[in-house]
Design a protein around this ligand. Sequence first.
Ligand code: DC
Length: 223
Amino acid sequence: MTVEQSDDTLRAPETIVIAIDGPAGAGKSTVGRALAARLELEYLDTGAMYRAMTFAALRRGVVEGDFDEVAAMAPTVDIDIDHDRVVVDGVDATVDIRGREVTEAVSQIAANPGVRAVLVERQREWVGRHGGGVVEGRDIGSVVFPDANLKLYITASPRVRAERRVREIGGNVDEVEASIIERDRRDSSRDHSPLTEADDAVVVDTTGLSIDGVIEHILRLLP
Ligand code: DC
């Protein structure tokens, strides 16, 4: 430190963290990406990390229901997320992590406390490296960043979430709605970090709202 330096130059720039939680298909990703662009922050989809772990388990032949084996595997999996590109153990898994096989197995991998401990640390490290960010998941405001500047819990009715999913990837709306309800039940009833809104989260119900309307509403909430 030199005598010429003022206190201001020594202060680290403020790290802004916006936590977005909520059930699948509620519009978290769309809102998170738009918000990150508007605020010039990086965006992290933590669901992609759980999907990447699941991809690794399937590839390595680790049975997703074998608690100890999955927990032992977790620290050894190399996950590199750069914008939308996801590379797992050196293999581009961007497309496969959204496929049926991973989608069916991911809840079980995400319920493993060994996996969660490893990924929570990596999420914190990612945010530290990027100087903040808009971070989306299920436990971001409650567990990963309890001191986030803003916590949002984004939700929508199961029917609306099913209709959005069908528009994106096709399928039968009744079946998709039933699988959404089942996945919500699994994500909210697991023992470790179940999907739940943080006490100080702002609940945003996107049923019937346009994306622009949601973003404007959220920007007004920023401290
Ligand atoms: O958001 P998504 O559908 O890509 O998430 C995939 C799975 O990972 C889903 O079952 C919920 C789980 N998940 C989690 O448990 N915690 C997070 N922070 C993010 C996702």
